[in-house]
Ligand binder design. Structure first.
Ligand code: GAR
Length: 197
């Protein structure tokens, strides 16, 4: 059984796709042992509670320094002892120590076809704004392993999504979620969870 911890910062629709995927058997051999948010107002925390999953908020605002926050975050992770950490809309720069400790056991969902529209400053709606400004006709989402860089780790899965005439960043974001993110994130977790069976 693969024990996963999901890290979130916002609405948590990707978390919901994981919760549903586990419930429906689309993600096999997997248990969500905890959800951690850096943001006390994240609706994702509510989704976790509704699903009966232990939910924790560790906010940098409650610590004197970044180091103290990093330590608290790592401590919580260690207690949950995950086999895989899933970053599902988690908008925090990870402590380097965390990447060292959990190398090849952290994955992230990014809302573009990496290497387009990724790296520092590209997150959430900004990614879709940039895609529309550039005028690409196809965008999508990527699941990748996390290394020391920003969105530079090994790619696990990608899915393309059409950009349509008249798209706004919000409309495009929703389409990328529905047609790509909520599909490939559960699939990637299932792939990892069943690889060693
Ligand atoms: C998702 O679109 C995810 O791909 C993106 O944040 C959103 C979170 O939505 N992540 C990034 O931009 C990471 N660079 P959610 O909270 O509803 O899952």
């Amino acid at each position: 059984m693969l024990n996963i911890v999901v890290c979130v910062s916002g609405g948590g629709t990707n978390l919901q796709a994981i919760i549903d995927g586990v419930k429906e058997g689309k993600i096999r051999n997997t248990k969500i042992v905890g959800v951690i948010s850096n943001n006390v107002g994240a609706y994702a925390l509510q989704r976790a509670e509704d699903a009966g999953i232990p939910a924790f908020c560790i906010s940098p605002k409650n610590f004197e320094s970044r180091e103290e926050f990093n330590e608290a975050f790592l401590k919580q992770l260690k207690e949950l002892n995950p086999g895989l950490i899933v970053l599902a809309g988690f908008l925090v720069i990870l402590p380097e120590k965390m990447i060292e400790v959990y190398r090849d056991r952290i994955i992230n969902i990014h809302p573009s076809l990496i290497p387009s529209f990724c790296g520092t400053g590209y997150y959430g709606l900004k990614v879709h704004e940039a895609a529309l400004t550039r005028g690409v006709k196809v965008t999508g989402a990527t699941v990748h392993y996390v290394d020391e860089g920003t969105d530079t780790g090994r790619i696990i899965m990608q899915k393309a999504v059409d950009v349509l005439e008249g798209d706004t960043p919000e409309v495009l974001q929703r389409r990328v979620m529905e047609q790509a993110e909520w599909i490939i994130l559960p699939k990637a977790i299932d792939k990892i969870a069943t690889a060693s069976e």
